[in-house]
Design a protein around this ligand. Sequence first.
Ligand code: AMP
Length: 290
Amino acid sequence: MATPLVIRDRNVMRKLILTNRTMGRRIGFVPTMGSLHAGHTSLVDQAVAECDDVVTSIFVNPSQFGPQEDFEQYPRDFDADFNLLAQHDVRWIFAPDVHEMYPPGDSTRIEISGPAEPYEGTLRPGHFSGVATIVFRLLQAAPSHAVYFGAKDWQQVLVVRKMVHDLKLDVEVVTCPTVRDTDGLALSSRNTYLSKSERKRAPTIYAALEQAEQNWCQGLAIDTIEQKLKDMLSAKEIQIDYADIVHTESLKKISEVSPNTPAIFLIACRVGSTRLIDNILLPSQALSSC
Ligand code: AMP
């Protein structure tokens, strides 16, 4: 496998990609904040399988962190990320510094309503404006045919899709499944914040989501399904920010189990001081698929 080329400059990145596009190559793009794990590399692997060249960005985006959040603390290890990406056939690593993406005095932001409003949008004001702004700028620097996102950040996918639709961006948004540790915990760069005892409790999040899926299949009432999940997490002293069964696209709360409603159970919670999000898609169409 060839060693990835590291690019720090937006215009250099853009020219390289445009040149390769004119040669007929299909370009796949995987935006990340680094501290890479098997969840990220699953996106890279899918992009490599579907495209001729893959570019991965590593950029801890300040504008998506609130003032009290973990921007400074966020784990960064460029060498480890580089070595991992080198094993996954990435051709380019786009790793700009903050001023490259936000020139001094920068004040331009993208604001999205609809999917950016509830849940993470309410609890993390400005978060999705920061996400949309950086994804737009990254796509300008890396004008790719397809951009890959993880289903773990379900609302983020909806926000990016909305931006791509509204601004008529010429890129396909691909959603990839959540990669989990063997005990079910969704891989996340923030898992490194967990103490040993918190790490032991954290798999309860997915266990509770799986229990909810079973209860959904058995036709239990929505309130009951949600309450059972909350009880399971409370028993492990996991604090819930939200835990709602919602429509997969509108994010509106669902009030009745229905075989034809595409539903997802969204959860955000805190294990100690670490905030984690997860979700599970609930079987639709025929409940017999349960
Ligand atoms: P991040 O570096 O946390 O901004 O994540 C970069 C991309 O990786 C986003 O599209 C995430 O949804 C995706 N991602 C993060 N964790 C996972 C995971 N466990 N499985 C699949 N994709 C993930």
